[in-house]
Design a protein around this ligand. Structure first.
Ligand code: BJW
Ligand code: ZN
Length: 237
């Protein structure tokens, strides 16, 4: 069986990584998302954006994969599994999943905002979300930025192509921990459904995908995923 997984921030929530849109603890509950995660926000205030991402980078060095990430990696012993993630963390890889296609980039990679040259220099440790910090400069004079995809920016071509291929080739798509509102990623389950491929959603909350998903499981990822592969045949019949 070919299983394609589309994951979002919710799968890493139980590792201690805040989601974006949770009203109490979400990354954007105290901040304006468009100031922190858009190209306009970066151009207006690179110091604020750089400090916020360094804080998130620090946070990711403190966390471990959870039962949800580990369950998906374990499915590889019984099925052909491809992971597509909107997350910029590396928790799927650390749990052992391969391949993992990152649609929104990685918080462990940095590049020059002007010439694109990768940056491998030292990063200061920021332990407060609101510490402004001047970004380092590339030798061309451009500012260094995280290699992630902000609103208004195109997704990286290769992971996007692989994601479309893995969606079209799947026998079933498991969509876990995403509010399913950010496009083009949210279009992948729609593509699967349009091809007659079953879509299983795992999310404690309802999303815009819930109405069309083949099955919605209203449970946290760490509870739903460990037994899911073996339940799939029963669930989809
Ligand atoms: C649990 C759980 C547990 C909790 N277990 N679950 C109208 C139509 C189509 C598109 C657009 C449109 N208007 C605007 C657009 C474009 C825009 C977009 O989609 N906007 C929408 C918001 C309307 N998209 C873009 O701009 C994209 N680019 C683009 O379209 O380019 C076109 C272009 C072409 C050519 C040239 C130029 C441009 C880019 C999108 C980039 C998204 N970037 C971000 C931030 C960067 C990464 C980072 O900082 O980490 O990516 S936004 C943010 O949202 C982040 C996430 O990856 C993404 C998705 O969020 P996610 O993962 O779903 O998290 P949450 O918090 O929303 O949800 C968590 C869920 O988990 C919840 O449902 C919980 O219930 C659940 N949960 N605990 C399971 N234990
Ligand atoms: Zn440069």
């Amino acid at each position: 069986m070919r299983v394609t997984v589309l994951s979002g921030a919710g799968i890493s929530a139980e590792s201690g990584v805040p989601t974006f849109r949770d009203s109490k603890n979400g990354l954007w509950s105290r901040f304006d998302p468009y100031q922190l995660s858009s190209i306009d926000g970066w151009l207006q205030n690179p110091e604020r954006v750089w400090g916020w991402y360094l804080w998130r980078h620090h946070l990711l060095t403190q966390v471990e994969p959870n039962e949800g990430h580990r369950a998906i990696a374990a499915w590889q012993d019984h099925a052909e599994v491809c992971v597509i993630t909107q997350n910029v963390d590396d928790l799927h890889e650390r749990a052992g999943s391969r391949p993992v296609h990152h649609l929104h980039g990685s918080l462990f990679e940095f590049r020059c905002a002007r010439c694109g040259l990768p940056y491998t220099g030292e990063l200061p440790e920021i332990v407060e979300a609101t510490t402004d910090m001047e970004p380092p400069r590339c030798r061309c004079g451009g500012l260094i930025r995280p290699d992630i995809v902000w609103f208004g920016e195109p997704l990286p071509e290769e992971p996007w192509q692989r994601a479309v291929e893995a969606t079209e080739a799947a026998d079933v798509m498991v969509v876990v921990g995403t509010s399913a509102i950010v496009y083009p990623a949210a279009g992948l389950p729609e593509l699967a459904l349009s091809r007659g491929i079953s879509v299983v959603e795992v999310n404690p909350e309802q999303t815009p995908l819930s109405a069309s998903a083949t099955v919605s499981i209203r449970e946290p990822a760490s509870r739903a995923l460990p037994g899911l592969l073996h339940r799939l045949t029963a669930l989809l019949n």
